[in-house]
Write a protein that binds this ligand. Sequence first.
Ligand SMILES: *[C@@H]1O[C@H](CO)[C@@H](O)[C@H](O)[C@H]1NC(C)=O
Length: 469
Amino acid sequence: MRTAASLVLGLLALLVSTTSGSPLSDERFAATLLPEHSLRFTEPQLCDPSVKQLSGYLDISDTKHLFFWFFESRNDPENAPLVLWLNGGPGCSSSTGLLMELGPCKVNEFGNDTIPHPHSWNTNANIIFLDSPANVGYSYSDSVLDAPTTTPATAVDVWTFLTLFISRFPKYASLPFHVAAESYGGHYAPHIAHTILEKRAEYPTLPEINLKSIVLANGLTEPLSQFEELPEWACESEWALWDTDSKECKDFRAMVPAMRQLTKACYASNSRVACVPAGFYAFGRMYGVIRQTGLNHYDVRRECEDTESGTCYPELRLIDAYLDRTDVKLALGALPDREFKGCNMEVNQKFHFQGDVMKNSARLVPDLLNAGIRVLAYVGNTDAVCNWMGVEKWMEKLESKFQVEFALTRRVPWFTKDSKLAGSVRAAGAGAGEYAFVKVHDAGHMAPYDQPEATLDLIQRWLADESLV
Ligand SMILES: *[C@@H]1O[C@H](CO)[C@@H](O)[C@H](O)[C@H]1NC(C)=O
Protein backbone atom coordinates (compact mmCIF):
# COMPACT_ATOMS: atom_id res chain seq x y z
CA MET A 1 0.00 0.00 0.00
CA ARG A 2 2.96 2.30 -0.41
CA THR A 3 1.39 3.93 -3.44
CA ALA A 4 -1.51 5.30 -1.41
CA ALA A 5 1.01 6.79 0.97
CA SER A 6 3.10 8.31 -1.75
CA LEU A 7 0.10 10.14 -3.14
CA VAL A 8 0.21 12.74 -0.47
CA LEU A 9 3.93 13.36 -0.53
CA GLY A 10 4.68 16.95 -1.29
CA LEU A 11 1.26 18.08 -0.27
CA LEU A 12 2.72 20.96 1.63
CA ALA A 13 3.32 22.61 -1.71
CA LEU A 14 -0.41 22.81 -2.11
CA LEU A 15 -1.77 24.32 -5.26
CA VAL A 16 -5.41 25.15 -5.27
CA SER A 17 -7.53 26.44 -8.10
CA THR A 18 -11.22 26.98 -7.54
CA THR A 19 -13.79 26.98 -10.27
CA SER A 20 -15.62 30.25 -9.85
CA GLY A 21 -19.33 30.76 -10.30
CA SER A 22 -20.20 27.24 -9.22
CA PRO A 23 -21.61 26.46 -5.81
CA LEU A 24 -19.63 23.25 -5.98
CA SER A 25 -16.00 24.05 -5.53
CA ASP A 26 -13.81 21.85 -7.69
CA GLU A 27 -10.21 21.99 -6.66
CA ARG A 28 -7.09 20.25 -7.68
CA PHE A 29 -4.16 19.73 -5.34
CA ALA A 30 -0.72 19.49 -6.86
CA ALA A 31 1.48 16.91 -5.23
CA THR A 32 5.02 15.88 -6.03
CA LEU A 33 4.74 12.21 -6.79
CA LEU A 34 1.26 12.14 -8.20
CA PRO A 35 0.12 15.04 -10.32
CA GLU A 36 -3.01 16.03 -8.47
CA HIS A 37 -5.78 15.32 -6.03
CA SER A 38 -9.28 16.50 -6.62
CA LEU A 39 -11.55 17.92 -4.01
CA ARG A 40 -15.14 18.63 -4.95
CA PHE A 41 -17.00 20.13 -2.08
CA THR A 42 -19.81 22.41 -1.16
CA GLU A 43 -21.05 24.13 2.00
CA PRO A 44 -24.50 22.60 2.55
CA GLN A 45 -27.25 24.19 4.60
CA LEU A 46 -29.07 20.95 5.42
CA CYS A 47 -29.34 19.23 8.80
CA ASP A 48 -27.82 21.90 11.03
CA PRO A 49 -27.78 25.30 9.30
CA SER A 50 -26.53 26.89 12.55
CA VAL A 51 -23.00 25.60 11.92
CA LYS A 52 -20.50 25.70 9.09
CA GLN A 53 -20.57 22.51 7.04
CA LEU A 54 -18.52 20.99 4.25
CA SER A 55 -19.46 18.01 2.12
CA GLY A 56 -18.38 16.33 -1.05
CA TYR A 57 -15.62 14.14 -2.39
CA LEU A 58 -11.96 13.98 -1.68
CA ASP A 59 -10.18 11.87 -4.25
CA ILE A 60 -7.61 9.89 -2.35
CA SER A 61 -6.25 8.35 -5.55
CA ASP A 62 -6.96 8.52 -9.25
CA THR A 63 -9.75 6.00 -8.84
CA LYS A 64 -11.05 6.30 -5.26
CA HIS A 65 -13.42 9.07 -4.21
CA LEU A 66 -14.39 9.31 -0.57
CA PHE A 67 -17.51 11.20 0.46
CA PHE A 68 -17.49 13.20 3.68
CA TRP A 69 -19.94 15.46 5.51
CA PHE A 70 -18.33 17.71 8.06
CA PHE A 71 -20.03 19.78 10.76
CA GLU A 72 -18.38 22.37 12.90
CA SER A 73 -19.05 22.33 16.61
CA ARG A 74 -22.09 24.25 17.85
CA ASN A 75 -19.81 25.72 20.50
CA ASP A 76 -16.31 27.15 20.11
CA PRO A 77 -15.37 25.35 16.88
CA GLU A 78 -11.90 26.95 16.93
CA ASN A 79 -10.98 25.00 20.04
CA ALA A 80 -13.36 22.05 20.06
CA PRO A 81 -11.82 18.67 19.24
CA LEU A 82 -12.03 17.10 15.79
CA VAL A 83 -13.78 13.73 15.67
CA LEU A 84 -13.96 11.25 12.82
CA TRP A 85 -17.09 9.10 13.04
CA LEU A 86 -17.37 5.78 11.22
CA ASN A 87 -20.11 3.18 11.22
CA GLY A 88 -19.27 -0.42 10.59
CA GLY A 89 -20.78 -3.19 8.52
CA PRO A 90 -18.27 -3.73 7.02
CA GLY A 91 -19.75 -1.89 4.08
CA CYS A 92 -22.04 0.55 5.87
CA SER A 93 -22.16 4.31 5.48
CA SER A 94 -21.68 6.75 8.35
CA SER A 95 -25.18 8.00 7.61
CA THR A 96 -26.54 5.80 10.43
CA GLY A 97 -24.45 7.66 12.97
CA LEU A 98 -25.29 10.97 11.35
CA LEU A 99 -29.06 10.65 10.86
CA MET A 100 -30.09 8.18 13.55
CA GLU A 101 -27.62 8.28 16.41
CA LEU A 102 -25.38 11.24 17.21
CA GLY A 103 -25.44 13.63 14.28
CA PRO A 104 -26.78 17.19 14.30
CA CYS A 105 -30.12 16.02 12.85
CA LYS A 106 -32.27 12.96 12.47
CA VAL A 107 -34.21 11.72 9.49
CA ASN A 108 -37.94 12.47 9.79
CA GLU A 109 -40.74 9.90 9.76
CA PHE A 110 -41.30 10.27 6.00
CA GLY A 111 -37.68 10.03 4.95
CA ASN A 112 -37.95 13.34 3.10
CA ASP A 113 -36.43 15.81 5.56
CA THR A 114 -34.54 16.06 8.82
CA ILE A 115 -35.31 17.27 12.31
CA PRO A 116 -32.75 18.88 14.63
CA HIS A 117 -31.04 16.72 17.23
CA PRO A 118 -30.43 18.58 20.48
CA HIS A 119 -28.00 15.98 21.89
CA SER A 120 -25.75 15.86 18.86
CA TRP A 121 -22.10 15.17 19.47
CA ASN A 122 -21.32 18.34 17.55
CA THR A 123 -22.50 20.19 20.66
CA ASN A 124 -18.82 20.36 21.61
CA ALA A 125 -16.96 18.75 18.72
CA ASN A 126 -16.22 19.24 15.05
CA ILE A 127 -17.25 16.01 13.37
CA ILE A 128 -16.38 14.38 10.07
CA PHE A 129 -18.79 11.68 8.91
CA LEU A 130 -16.92 9.63 6.32
CA ASP A 131 -18.28 6.98 3.97
CA SER A 132 -15.49 4.41 4.03
CA PRO A 133 -14.11 2.43 2.28
CA ALA A 134 -14.71 3.31 -1.38
CA ASN A 135 -18.06 1.98 -2.70
CA VAL A 136 -19.79 2.53 0.64
CA GLY A 137 -22.58 5.11 0.84
CA TYR A 138 -21.85 7.92 -1.60
CA SER A 139 -18.15 6.98 -1.85
CA TYR A 140 -17.11 5.21 -5.00
CA SER A 141 -14.24 3.82 -7.00
CA ASP A 142 -13.77 3.76 -10.75
CA SER A 143 -12.02 0.44 -10.57
CA VAL A 144 -13.61 -2.22 -8.38
CA LEU A 145 -10.26 -3.99 -8.06
CA ASP A 146 -8.78 -0.96 -6.40
CA ALA A 147 -11.31 -0.69 -3.56
CA PRO A 148 -10.25 -1.97 -0.12
CA THR A 149 -11.56 -5.35 1.02
CA THR A 150 -9.62 -5.47 4.28
CA THR A 151 -9.30 -3.32 7.37
CA PRO A 152 -5.58 -2.52 6.91
CA ALA A 153 -6.21 -1.26 3.34
CA THR A 154 -9.20 0.75 4.55
CA ALA A 155 -7.07 2.32 7.27
CA VAL A 156 -4.47 3.53 4.77
CA ASP A 157 -7.20 5.18 2.69
CA VAL A 158 -8.66 6.85 5.78
CA TRP A 159 -5.20 8.11 6.72
CA THR A 160 -4.77 9.53 3.22
CA PHE A 161 -8.16 11.21 3.50
CA LEU A 162 -7.31 12.74 6.89
CA THR A 163 -3.93 13.98 5.72
CA LEU A 164 -5.51 15.66 2.72
CA PHE A 165 -8.37 17.05 4.81
CA ILE A 166 -6.12 18.79 7.35
CA SER A 167 -3.84 19.98 4.56
CA ARG A 168 -6.69 21.65 2.76
CA PHE A 169 -8.43 22.87 5.92
CA PRO A 170 -5.48 23.66 8.19
CA LYS A 171 -7.61 25.44 10.79
CA TYR A 172 -8.67 22.00 11.99
CA ALA A 173 -5.19 20.45 11.87
CA SER A 174 -4.02 21.45 15.33
CA LEU A 175 -7.22 20.45 17.14
CA PRO A 176 -7.08 17.31 19.27
CA PHE A 177 -8.19 14.49 16.99
CA HIS A 178 -10.21 11.39 17.93
CA VAL A 179 -11.39 8.40 15.90
CA ALA A 180 -14.81 7.14 17.03
CA ALA A 181 -16.08 4.06 15.25
CA GLU A 182 -19.02 1.76 15.84
CA SER A 183 -19.49 -1.97 15.41
CA TYR A 184 -17.09 -3.14 12.69
CA GLY A 185 -15.35 0.13 13.42
CA GLY A 186 -13.92 -1.79 16.38
CA HIS A 187 -11.59 -3.23 13.76
CA TYR A 188 -11.18 0.03 11.84
CA ALA A 189 -10.28 2.40 14.66
CA PRO A 190 -7.19 0.59 16.03
CA HIS A 191 -5.90 0.12 12.48
CA ILE A 192 -6.50 3.76 11.55
CA ALA A 193 -4.73 4.93 14.71
CA HIS A 194 -1.84 2.53 14.18
CA THR A 195 -1.52 3.63 10.56
CA ILE A 196 -1.39 7.27 11.67
CA LEU A 197 1.54 6.44 13.96
CA GLU A 198 3.35 4.37 11.33
CA LYS A 199 2.98 7.02 8.64
CA ARG A 200 4.11 9.76 11.01
CA ALA A 201 7.43 7.94 11.35
CA GLU A 202 7.57 7.16 7.65
CA TYR A 203 6.70 10.64 6.34
CA PRO A 204 7.76 13.17 8.97
CA THR A 205 7.30 16.14 6.65
CA LEU A 206 3.59 15.59 6.08
CA PRO A 207 1.15 17.55 8.24
CA GLU A 208 0.72 15.68 11.51
CA ILE A 209 -2.64 14.25 12.52
CA ASN A 210 -2.99 15.26 16.18
CA LEU A 211 -4.35 11.89 17.33
CA LYS A 212 -5.40 11.73 20.97
CA SER A 213 -7.78 8.79 21.36
CA ILE A 214 -9.87 6.11 19.81
CA VAL A 215 -13.44 5.36 20.82
CA LEU A 216 -14.75 1.86 20.15
CA ALA A 217 -18.53 2.07 20.11
CA ASN A 218 -20.12 -1.37 20.54
CA GLY A 219 -17.13 -2.52 18.56
CA LEU A 220 -15.92 -5.85 17.23
CA THR A 221 -12.19 -5.76 17.98
CA GLU A 222 -11.09 -9.11 19.42
CA PRO A 223 -13.49 -11.75 18.06
CA LEU A 224 -12.21 -14.70 20.11
CA SER A 225 -13.08 -13.17 23.48
CA GLN A 226 -16.22 -11.57 22.14
CA PHE A 227 -17.68 -14.78 20.69
CA GLU A 228 -16.58 -16.74 23.77
CA GLU A 229 -18.68 -14.42 25.88
CA LEU A 230 -21.73 -14.38 23.59
CA PRO A 231 -23.36 -17.47 25.20
CA GLU A 232 -22.42 -16.14 28.64
CA TRP A 233 -24.11 -12.83 27.84
CA ALA A 234 -27.16 -14.66 26.42
CA CYS A 235 -27.40 -16.94 29.46
CA GLU A 236 -25.99 -15.00 32.41
CA SER A 237 -26.31 -11.27 31.88
CA GLU A 238 -29.12 -9.02 33.13
CA TRP A 239 -30.59 -9.29 29.61
CA ALA A 240 -30.18 -13.07 29.36
CA LEU A 241 -32.37 -14.67 26.70
CA TRP A 242 -32.56 -18.08 28.33
CA ASP A 243 -32.21 -19.70 31.70
CA THR A 244 -28.62 -20.69 32.30
CA ASP A 245 -29.56 -24.39 32.76
CA SER A 246 -31.74 -24.53 29.64
CA LYS A 247 -31.10 -26.69 26.61
CA GLU A 248 -30.62 -23.49 24.58
CA CYS A 249 -27.76 -22.42 26.79
CA LYS A 250 -26.20 -25.86 26.82
CA ASP A 251 -26.31 -26.02 23.01
CA PHE A 252 -25.06 -22.47 22.61
CA ARG A 253 -22.14 -23.01 24.96
CA ALA A 254 -21.29 -26.22 23.13
CA MET A 255 -20.41 -24.12 20.06
CA VAL A 256 -17.64 -22.29 21.84
CA PRO A 257 -14.86 -24.93 21.58
CA ALA A 258 -15.15 -25.12 17.77
CA MET A 259 -15.23 -21.35 17.48
CA ARG A 260 -12.22 -21.10 19.78
CA GLN A 261 -10.20 -23.61 17.78
CA LEU A 262 -10.96 -21.94 14.45
CA THR A 263 -10.34 -18.44 15.75
CA LYS A 264 -7.08 -19.40 17.45
CA ALA A 265 -5.88 -20.76 14.09
CA CYS A 266 -6.93 -17.46 12.52
CA TYR A 267 -5.07 -15.42 15.15
CA ALA A 268 -1.96 -17.58 14.78
CA SER A 269 -1.63 -17.26 11.02
CA ASN A 270 -3.61 -14.07 10.39
CA SER A 271 -4.31 -15.57 6.97
CA ARG A 272 -7.37 -15.60 4.78
CA VAL A 273 -7.40 -19.40 4.60
CA ALA A 274 -7.54 -19.78 8.37
CA CYS A 275 -9.80 -16.84 9.12
CA VAL A 276 -12.63 -17.40 6.61
CA PRO A 277 -13.88 -20.62 8.29
CA ALA A 278 -13.76 -18.96 11.71
CA GLY A 279 -15.90 -16.14 10.31
CA PHE A 280 -18.47 -18.49 8.87
CA TYR A 281 -18.73 -20.38 12.13
CA ALA A 282 -19.01 -17.34 14.36
CA PHE A 283 -21.17 -15.13 12.13
CA GLY A 284 -23.20 -17.96 10.60
CA ARG A 285 -23.77 -20.37 13.43
CA MET A 286 -23.34 -18.33 16.59
CA TYR A 287 -25.11 -15.17 15.44
CA GLY A 288 -27.62 -17.54 13.84
CA VAL A 289 -28.70 -18.69 17.31
CA ILE A 290 -29.52 -15.10 18.23
CA ARG A 291 -31.19 -14.33 14.88
CA GLN A 292 -33.50 -17.34 15.24
CA THR A 293 -35.12 -15.77 18.29
CA GLY A 294 -36.72 -13.14 16.03
CA LEU A 295 -35.50 -10.47 18.41
CA ASN A 296 -33.63 -7.42 17.26
CA HIS A 297 -30.07 -8.70 17.68
CA TYR A 298 -28.86 -5.11 18.03
CA ASP A 299 -31.18 -4.60 20.97
CA VAL A 300 -32.87 -7.62 22.47
CA ARG A 301 -35.50 -5.46 24.20
CA ARG A 302 -37.12 -5.07 20.77
CA GLU A 303 -38.57 -7.31 18.12
CA CYS A 304 -36.85 -7.12 14.76
CA GLU A 305 -39.22 -4.60 13.13
CA ASP A 306 -37.77 -4.70 9.67
CA THR A 307 -37.07 -8.39 9.12
CA GLU A 308 -37.29 -7.92 5.36
CA SER A 309 -34.01 -6.05 5.22
CA GLY A 310 -32.56 -7.73 8.31
CA THR A 311 -31.63 -4.34 9.66
CA CYS A 312 -34.41 -4.34 12.27
CA TYR A 313 -34.74 -0.53 12.42
CA PRO A 314 -37.27 1.23 10.12
CA GLU A 315 -35.11 4.38 10.38
CA LEU A 316 -32.48 2.80 8.19
CA ARG A 317 -34.88 2.66 5.24
CA LEU A 318 -35.89 6.27 5.86
CA ILE A 319 -32.22 7.30 5.82
CA ASP A 320 -31.74 5.51 2.49
CA ALA A 321 -34.80 7.27 1.10
CA TYR A 322 -33.61 10.67 2.29
CA LEU A 323 -30.05 10.36 1.01
CA ASP A 324 -31.27 8.97 -2.29
CA ARG A 325 -33.23 12.14 -3.02
CA THR A 326 -31.79 14.05 -5.95
CA ASP A 327 -32.22 17.41 -4.23
CA VAL A 328 -30.29 16.13 -1.21
CA LYS A 329 -27.50 14.68 -3.34
CA LEU A 330 -27.16 17.94 -5.23
CA ALA A 331 -27.13 19.94 -2.00
CA LEU A 332 -24.38 17.70 -0.63
CA GLY A 333 -22.25 17.58 -3.75
CA ALA A 334 -22.83 13.82 -4.04
CA LEU A 335 -23.13 12.15 -7.43
CA PRO A 336 -26.82 12.55 -8.38
CA ASP A 337 -26.88 9.34 -10.40
CA ARG A 338 -25.39 7.17 -7.68
CA GLU A 339 -28.06 5.24 -5.82
CA PHE A 340 -27.61 5.72 -2.10
CA LYS A 341 -27.65 2.56 -0.02
CA GLY A 342 -26.76 2.59 3.66
CA CYS A 343 -24.95 -0.73 3.42
CA ASN A 344 -23.17 -2.25 0.44
CA MET A 345 -23.48 -6.00 0.90
CA GLU A 346 -20.90 -6.74 -1.81
CA VAL A 347 -18.30 -4.84 0.16
CA ASN A 348 -19.46 -6.69 3.27
CA GLN A 349 -19.01 -10.07 1.57
CA LYS A 350 -15.57 -9.20 0.31
CA PHE A 351 -14.39 -8.49 3.85
CA HIS A 352 -15.80 -11.86 4.91
CA PHE A 353 -14.03 -13.62 2.07
CA GLN A 354 -10.76 -12.03 3.11
CA GLY A 355 -11.22 -13.45 6.61
CA ASP A 356 -10.96 -9.88 7.83
CA VAL A 357 -13.87 -10.16 10.25
CA MET A 358 -12.20 -12.60 12.68
CA LYS A 359 -8.75 -11.07 12.86
CA ASN A 360 -7.47 -9.72 16.13
CA SER A 361 -7.41 -5.93 16.01
CA ALA A 362 -6.79 -5.65 19.76
CA ARG A 363 -3.18 -6.68 19.17
CA LEU A 364 -2.55 -3.14 17.89
CA VAL A 365 -3.87 -1.50 21.04
CA PRO A 366 -0.73 -1.86 23.25
CA ASP A 367 1.30 0.21 20.75
CA LEU A 368 -1.37 2.91 20.83
CA LEU A 369 -1.32 3.01 24.63
CA ASN A 370 2.47 3.19 24.64
CA ALA A 371 2.26 6.15 22.27
CA GLY A 372 -0.09 7.94 24.68
CA ILE A 373 -3.21 7.37 22.61
CA ARG A 374 -6.17 6.90 24.97
CA VAL A 375 -8.59 4.04 24.33
CA LEU A 376 -12.26 3.99 25.29
CA ALA A 377 -14.63 1.11 24.58
CA TYR A 378 -18.28 1.69 25.41
CA VAL A 379 -20.99 -0.93 24.95
CA GLY A 380 -24.76 -0.78 25.27
CA ASN A 381 -25.81 -3.68 27.48
CA THR A 382 -28.75 -4.97 25.40
CA ASP A 383 -26.67 -5.55 22.26
CA ALA A 384 -26.19 -9.20 21.25
CA VAL A 385 -24.00 -8.46 18.23
CA CYS A 386 -21.18 -6.92 20.24
CA ASN A 387 -21.95 -7.99 23.79
CA TRP A 388 -20.50 -5.96 26.65
CA MET A 389 -19.06 -8.95 28.48
CA GLY A 390 -16.85 -9.86 25.55
CA VAL A 391 -15.47 -6.35 25.25
CA GLU A 392 -14.68 -6.14 28.95
CA LYS A 393 -13.04 -9.56 28.71
CA TRP A 394 -10.67 -8.69 25.86
CA MET A 395 -9.74 -5.49 27.63
CA GLU A 396 -8.88 -7.50 30.75
CA LYS A 397 -6.88 -10.08 28.84
CA LEU A 398 -4.88 -7.66 26.73
CA GLU A 399 -1.23 -7.50 27.69
CA SER A 400 -0.53 -3.81 27.86
CA LYS A 401 1.00 -1.28 30.20
CA PHE A 402 -2.41 -0.97 31.87
CA GLN A 403 -3.11 -4.68 32.30
CA VAL A 404 -2.34 -4.86 36.01
CA GLU A 405 -4.06 -1.60 36.88
CA PHE A 406 -7.14 -2.54 34.84
CA ALA A 407 -7.27 -5.98 36.51
CA LEU A 408 -7.23 -4.36 39.95
CA THR A 409 -9.94 -1.88 39.04
CA ARG A 410 -13.64 -2.65 39.36
CA ARG A 411 -16.53 -1.13 37.50
CA VAL A 412 -18.05 1.77 39.39
CA PRO A 413 -21.32 3.59 38.69
CA TRP A 414 -21.27 6.34 36.10
CA PHE A 415 -23.61 9.22 36.79
CA THR A 416 -24.21 11.83 34.12
CA LYS A 417 -23.60 15.48 34.98
CA ASP A 418 -27.27 15.82 35.90
CA SER A 419 -26.87 12.90 38.34
CA LYS A 420 -28.59 10.14 36.41
CA LEU A 421 -27.22 6.63 36.73
CA ALA A 422 -26.27 5.82 33.14
CA GLY A 423 -24.05 2.78 33.45
CA SER A 424 -20.69 1.83 34.87
CA VAL A 425 -17.09 2.61 34.12
CA ARG A 426 -13.80 0.84 34.63
CA ALA A 427 -10.79 2.94 33.80
CA ALA A 428 -7.02 2.69 34.15
CA GLY A 429 -4.63 5.60 33.75
CA ALA A 430 -5.00 9.32 34.43
CA GLY A 431 -7.88 11.74 33.77
CA ALA A 432 -10.99 10.16 32.27
CA GLY A 433 -8.78 7.11 31.83
CA GLU A 434 -6.22 6.10 29.29
CA TYR A 435 -7.73 2.64 28.97
CA ALA A 436 -11.41 2.67 29.80
CA PHE A 437 -14.44 0.44 29.51
CA VAL A 438 -17.96 1.81 29.85
CA LYS A 439 -21.13 -0.24 30.03
CA VAL A 440 -24.12 1.83 28.96
CA HIS A 441 -27.40 0.85 30.63
CA ASP A 442 -30.57 0.28 28.60
CA ALA A 443 -28.85 0.79 25.30
CA GLY A 444 -28.32 -1.46 22.31
CA HIS A 445 -25.79 -1.60 19.50
CA MET A 446 -26.50 2.02 18.55
CA ALA A 447 -26.17 3.33 22.08
CA PRO A 448 -26.49 7.04 21.15
CA TYR A 449 -29.88 6.23 19.55
CA ASP A 450 -31.17 4.72 22.79
CA GLN A 451 -29.42 6.99 25.28
CA PRO A 452 -28.71 10.32 23.57
CA GLU A 453 -28.18 12.35 26.75
CA ALA A 454 -26.04 9.78 28.50
CA THR A 455 -23.81 9.09 25.50
CA LEU A 456 -23.36 12.83 24.92
CA ASP A 457 -22.29 13.15 28.56
CA LEU A 458 -19.87 10.25 28.03
CA ILE A 459 -18.29 11.57 24.86
CA GLN A 460 -18.02 15.14 26.15
CA ARG A 461 -16.23 14.01 29.27
CA TRP A 462 -14.01 11.58 27.37
CA LEU A 463 -12.97 14.21 24.81
CA ALA A 464 -12.33 16.76 27.56
CA ASP A 465 -10.45 14.10 29.56
CA GLU A 466 -12.69 14.61 32.59
CA SER A 467 -13.26 11.60 34.80
CA LEU A 468 -16.65 9.90 34.66
CA VAL A 469 -16.55 9.21 38.40
C1 LIG B 1 -42.78 14.81 3.34
O1 LIG B 1 -43.84 13.89 3.17
C2 LIG B 1 -45.03 14.29 3.87
C3 LIG B 1 -46.05 13.15 3.75
O2 LIG B 1 -46.15 12.71 2.44
C4 LIG B 1 -45.53 15.60 3.29
O3 LIG B 1 -46.68 16.01 4.00
C5 LIG B 1 -44.44 16.65 3.43
O4 LIG B 1 -44.82 17.86 2.80
C6 LIG B 1 -43.14 16.17 2.79
N1 LIG B 1 -42.07 17.11 3.08
C7 LIG B 1 -41.17 17.47 2.16
C8 LIG B 1 -40.10 18.40 2.62
O5 LIG B 1 -41.18 17.07 1.02
